[in-house]
Design a protein around this ligand. Sequence first.
Ligand code: GLN
Ligand code: ZN
Length: 750
Amino acid sequence: MQTHILGFPRIGANREHKRLLEAYWRGQATRQDLLDMGQELRRRHWTIQAKAGLTHVTTGDFSLYDHVLDTSLMLGAIPERFLTTDQPDLDTYFCMARGDAERNVPALDMTKWFNTNYHYMVPEISAAPLKSGSQTIVRDTLQALDLGCSAKPVLLGPITYLSLAKGVKGFDPWNKLDEVLNRYTHVLDKLRPLCSWIQIDEPILCADMSPAARAAFPHAYKILNQAGAKLLLTTYFDALDDNMDLALTSGCAGLHTDLTRGARALDSILKGLPREMTLSVGIVDGRNIWKTDLDRALRTLDIVHAGLGADRIMLASSCSLLHTPVDLELETALPKELKGWMAFAVQKCAELRLLARAMNGEDCAAELEANAISMRSRRQSPQVTIAAVRERCARVDEKMTRRNAPYPARKNAQSWLGLPLLPTTTIGSFPQTPEIRKQRSLFRNGDITTQDYEASMRDEINKVVGIQEDLGLDVLVHGEAERNDMVEYFGQQLDGFCFTANGWVQSYGSRCVKPPIIHGDIDRPMPMTVKWITYAQSLTKKTMKGMLTGPVTIMCWSFVRDDMERAEVCRQLALAIRQEVTDLEKAGIRIIQIDEAAFSEGMPIKSRDKGAYLEWAVENFRLATSGVADSTQIHSHMCYSEFNDIVQSIAAMDADVISIESSRSGMELLEAFREYSYPNEIGPGIYDIHSPRVPSVEEMENLLGRALEFIPKERLWVNPDCGLKTRDWPETLASLRNMVEAARRVRASL
Ligand code: GLN
Ligand code: ZN
């Protein structure tokens, strides 16, 4: 059986990619340095795949920034505003990715790649003819051949590409289909003589496909297959479901299916797969860090084998390994037991090879036994199952997910807070100055004592409380100086979490994230925030808002255990946060914000699955927040501005107050809240915290005026779009001063 992966992480085992990219942007590395780095990383990644014994190494998966952007360059889909020279070069490329502030050229939009935390650059397709395209994929494939590898180039398929593209000035991207196909054919012609398989990614087949995309598909694949290359049509992130017919009749030589997320479709694939088609079986999960249960995988593969015979099967990762960290061996600080349960990209390559050997009847009993032992150790570990947590979860009843009284009655019960109309507040964090970061890092490295560290954090709280009082804000925050990150901070204080030293994955461009790992049942041994928040409250007569991260967001930004439903993991988190919320209330904190910045990120790919997700996500938010008296005010914050489809779910969360990101949309998004008669209070962000620009009083007065057209004055709050941790103090002070003044003026006019 042949083996391959759908793609390798690009960032390098030590984030070499990030370092050099950023050095280049700062002018401290040359174009040649960058190209050399790319070549070196590709060489290393192919060597890893070849050494693992995979049949093919993947080429064309490396990117200096983003593979969707690379596809735009390959096709010559370069918007006019980026074309300052006849020959698009590296700077054109980075300008498309990042814009050019000096010349006032905005970058392409960036958005989430399906339901992952990877972000791609949205292609812009206009009526203008395509420019000349680049063919780095041919160059890369030749390099892999030079190393003596069997190369399998990967292309992003035309149907997914155009589905993700946005039309410029009303132009319908599908009108460009034939021109685009022409470019693909050209590239396929070049690649065909170099390799046996060409992987063509069409994850859109596993998502909601538009009628236009469905209609274009058969035509597109007829043309592409005319090029005579052996195409492996790769689908992932879900089952094919309604688009199964398209995949099975595509005429491609192979089909890849994701069995980790789309196993339910296996039967119909085995029944319907045309005789001449090979099946690539995505059996090793490309989106998490867990070892594959080889025994289970082999049982699945036996079924596939019985249906198709060995010649027609390839073993593969479920999707590209882009979404996993590079090498587990670099983790020297992870507890040995936990490390024994994990596999990163390098280890996943080895798993594939082992599966193939087992399927070929080679003797690998020792390795399989080792895997079985590690699976057993995980199942039986007291780190994984905590009886008290299971009991607590089983005892959750519907009443625990409801506040005592409905919002209107709560509003009365909360009048004791004595807030004015249009109350002003902030989202939680204040600037994380170099001094704060230094204190945290000294503490982490054991260079200062706990007492010294805590004293310096209290100084910081003193400072921000004083500043907020001077500014005249109505509801204060403690500023979050003690938090490195809104998820990691909580994970570090909860049982069931562990952390890697180097488990980075690419989020976009040079930006990487290091998600915490949820390996076991989640328990909160001790209060997490009460000490800081009550200290902050002790400094002021105004109401101090307690600040927590919500269960859905903690889950969405972590690697989640694969032995439990996500809804259940989320419920455990919700119960832990609920304990914190009630402890805060007991300690006298009467406004508590539970951030759900990533609420919509957990959304499944297909519309028909969204309802079920929203239901448990909302329920778990409510479980986390409903343990308080009616007179305690619950806030939530969502870094998000696409609410059209989810206003009803946001309403069902039943927070007394939500704050959302909205300044850049000029309040237009409030339309959806009006349309669905959103019943509770809202603070639409009235200034963009992503930029150092200080908005004027008039500008914010205008936005508040606009907001009042949608939201009655009794239910409108005044706040920035998001937390201020990435800003500097001068612009923060100036902006907040103007914001408070704008609120005052509008209030006076009511
Ligand atoms: N409370 C957090 C902050 O202010 C919220 C951050 C976020 O929504 N991403 O930083
Ligand atoms: Zn936010």
